[in-house]
Design a protein around this ligand. Sequence first.
Ligand SMILES: *Cc1c(COP(=O)(O)O)cnc(C)c1O
Length: 411
Amino acid sequence: MTSSTPKEITEMTGISAPGPRDALWPNYSPPNDLVFTHGRGSELFTADGEAYLDYLSGIAVTSFGHAHPHLVAALTEQAGKLWHLSNIFRIPAAERLAQRLTQSCFADRVFFANSGTEAVEAGIKAIRGYQSATGHKDRYRIIGFTDSFHGRTLAALAVAGNPSHMQDFIPLDYGFDQVEWENLAQLKKAIGPNTAGIVLEPVQGEGGIRPISAAFMKQVRALCDEHGLVFMLDEVQCGIGRSGKLFAHQHFAVTPDVMALAKGLGGGFPVGACLTTEAIGQTMVVGTHGSTFGGNPLAMAVGNAVMDLLLEPGQQQEVQRKGEVLQQQLKQLVERYPTVIESVHGLGLMIGIKCTVPNGDMLEKLREKKMLVGKCGANMIRLLPPLNISDAHLEKGLQIVEAALQDFQDG
Ligand SMILES: *Cc1c(COP(=O)(O)O)cnc(C)c1O
């Protein structure tokens, strides 16, 4: 049997031929006519050289912009030496990156994964593994919060408990419980003899940019201490300098026992990490967990290069300064365009604008004006510019946002 080419099918049926994107699962819906070929700093370019201002950063991933010379050099230098080993052999760059991460926060031990959801998954296993190894096999249930997002593996879906993500994939009781965000009474009630730990995002991302209150953060820590629970933070989006501190929980003077990282850690190269205290990390002995690619030399070379940039003096202060400028100016726009946007929330360079008009319309309007942003829950758009965005591009972004608001106001 010979198969017809797409062109022949069109001629025979009059129905337009399937394009190359029809070979992919239809689980994403990128705009059809916008394809980027390269990027530099805070800008992305199409083949015909049209520039777009990138306030999305591949969803908080390309935190030092596109084609940063230090990151390109680290990756290409490593690419000429050694790509992959597996963890059957020591990977010195992984040991170095783990050491640098643990020296920067509460953690003593690190497991490297390839993505955020894998880092979360490792953390969930570490919570249960630790409870079991310390004589609490009956403690397996994990509490998560509404409007959370922790990734797309089954356990990550279950702990976030978003019904629209879970349907068809997760049985009703998978050992996870959900509590309303910041509802202390509900949280206390949900803790039982089988509870092993609590997981939350210090700044919720996908659910709508929402920083946790310092009071609630402290209360969760205290409850974990009181009941012998493991406190895990998902800093996949808000960690790695995004919030204006190296890790978002460092705003709150509270430390977790487990922390998942990914997104910004590789500056665009896929990498995730699960950080734990010594007590928890040491229970994850040979055979408990692993990954073929996790901690691979390419990822580790880039991760160390990202750390070089993150640990430069004044880096976090710069993110705080730019975040404050952006928030302050956006709040003025809320006052001037109250029929279009209603509020601004965020921490550092993780900023959400709650829209009155549909957020999808706002996203498209900004894209027409050559500015890329993200959407998130609660009818918000999300601004996640590169951490090293220039003041000129910060100003340009604000001008584009204002022009879009003006368009909506003019109807
Ligand atoms: C993106 C995200 C994840 C999932 O990361 P992937 O790399 O897509 O698997 C998990 N948690 C949070 C908070 C995220 O923002």
